[in-house]
Design a protein around this ligand. Sequence first.
Ligand SMILES: [Fe+2]
Length: 259
Amino acid sequence: MAPNWCGCGVASANSAKLSTNGLKLSSNRFNFSKPYPRRAYRVTAYYGLTTPPYELDALEPYMSKRTVEIHWGKHHNEHVEKLNRHLKTSAFYGHTLEEMVKATYNNGSPLVEFNDASSVWSHDFFWESMQPKGGSMPTGGVLDQIEKDFGSFTNFKDEFTFASLSLFGPGWVWLYLKRNEKKLAVAPTQNAISPLVWGDIPIIGLDMWEHAYYLDYKDDRSAYVNNFLDHLVSWHSVMVRMMRAEAFVNLGEPKIPVA
Ligand SMILES: [Fe+2]
């Protein structure tokens, strides 16, 4: 059963369509016909299953509707439900998802909440890393930054593909911004790990677990990665994420002179 946002234990017909994490005052035990009882309100903070920002068949023929249905509706949703079960007794109840991923990684000794928290975050990020009629090449500042940090766009694609295919077992491959070095980089990660746990800023996330590609590509991971880069990756999302990242990492000369 998808987590419900009223906290009252009753599944909502729309619960699977609610987006992003939510914070909601629950009054399930509050009877408005009676005097206001002390401590009747409690804050419930459960995470919802984020809906991909397109129809489930919109990525065809490069990612089938059946793959998205199973990946999103089963695998992603299971992480949301398991995370919400953890939160009933977790010390991290009430944290934002990003805070929880970083904190529960626990400097490399992950706590029980980590796998599900990080998987929910990464899947939300993955769906928004793609768009119908995506792929091809970025433009403007994104292309400039990629060329600066990788030498050329072709080099970036080669590194991203190599990292994807070199991954042993389940995991992810990322384009991310290294905060300290102030440059873009590519890295594969095992299982549920993302660059968030290193304090860096993810820009693109590609799911390399079998459930992401096996129905459509069997063991041809190269075709999956190539189609992701050529037809699915959302350079619009990349542009927005880079703009956000620049609020934290100065990629150029300071624009405001220091007095
Ligand atoms: Fe996945």
